[in-house]
Design a protein around this ligand. Sequence first.
Ligand SMILES: [Zn+2]
Length: 89
Amino acid sequence: MEAKEIGMDQVMILPPKPGTCPICAVKHDRKMPHNRDSLYYQMRFYQQNGRFPTWADAMAHCSDIMKAYWMGELAKRGIKISDETPDGH
Ligand SMILES: [Zn+2]
């Protein structure tokens, strides 16, 4: 990686690598939530929805059991999904 500053308008989003999730460009089990912190996911989601994704969005495709598990894991890190606004952050 070259360490020089570039403007946001110059940021190019590269397509996900083969073997990674087409939504968030991170390698993860399909049953698991997308990586909300993935820059690719955030940029792509923003372009489609006009806002940044929340953890609720990242796990929208998951089963209720998986959601419950992840909500518990996130809660351990002090993240409450119900506190997230649609605008995130
Ligand atoms: Zn994903």
